[in-house]
Design a protein around this ligand. Sequence first.
Ligand SMILES: Cc1cc2nc3c(=O)[nH]c(=O)nc-3n(C[C@H](O)[C@H](O)[C@H](O)COP(=O)(O)OP(=O)(O)OC[C@H]3O[C@@H](n4cnc5c(N)ncnc54)[C@H](O)[C@@H]3O)c2cc1C
Length: 178
Amino acid sequence: MTDSTHFDAIVIGGGPAGNDCRHLPLRARLNTLIVTDGVAGGQMILTHEIANYPGVESISGYQLSNIMKKQAKSFGCVIKGNTSVESLNLEGDIKEVTLSDGKTYTADSVILTPGGRSRTLGVEGEAKFKGRGISYCATCDGDFLPERKLLWLAAETQPRRSCFTYKICHQGYHCPSV
Ligand SMILES: Cc1cc2nc3c(=O)[nH]c(=O)nc-3n(C[C@H](O)[C@H](O)[C@H](O)COP(=O)(O)OP(=O)(O)OC[C@H]3O[C@@H](n4cnc5c(N)ncnc54)[C@H](O)[C@@H]3O)c2cc1C
């Protein structure tokens, strides 16, 4: 990793959105640092099969994240993994980003792509069957479960999702969740 502690742009979060900043160094000649806790790839690496990514028929989340990471590095991005951003000072022209390893980097711009988290129920077995029978994304995984009997938990305010899932599975139980 470069010794520079000042970058034109620092991207916080190495999932698909953060990786999409990969063109900055090459196309905009901006030296760019991508900081991400855990392995770069974000939620994508939890996905055993992605069949809806433009231009790619079917690929594992892990493979796709490796391709993105490799491309980002080939474009000149610096990627710092397994490090979380602890604090930000976005006042003034020069921004400060302090990491969990105690180091502080400065940048002219900070791009926030920290992603999100699926809302879990916290019930027994939920973590164990995540991605193996339990899914948090009807639009992502519904298509893999045609003709299956599904239980979907969705707040009353989410009829669209329920309809979408119903179109695919034809049999299901809707349980209004909290
Ligand atoms: C099991 C599963 C299956 C899915 N399947 C599909 C699918 O088939 N097709 C599809 O289109 N979508 C799918 N999705 C949704 C897709 O993965 C997300 O929409 C996408 O990953 C969002 O990208 P993102 O870059 O915005 O955020 P994330 O992927 O959440 O990445 C954000 C990254 O930022 C890091 N981060 C957060 N805060 C900090 C911090 N303070 N310091 C450093 N790093 C930080 C996070 O750890 C994470 O690595 C699936 C999601 C899951 C969980």
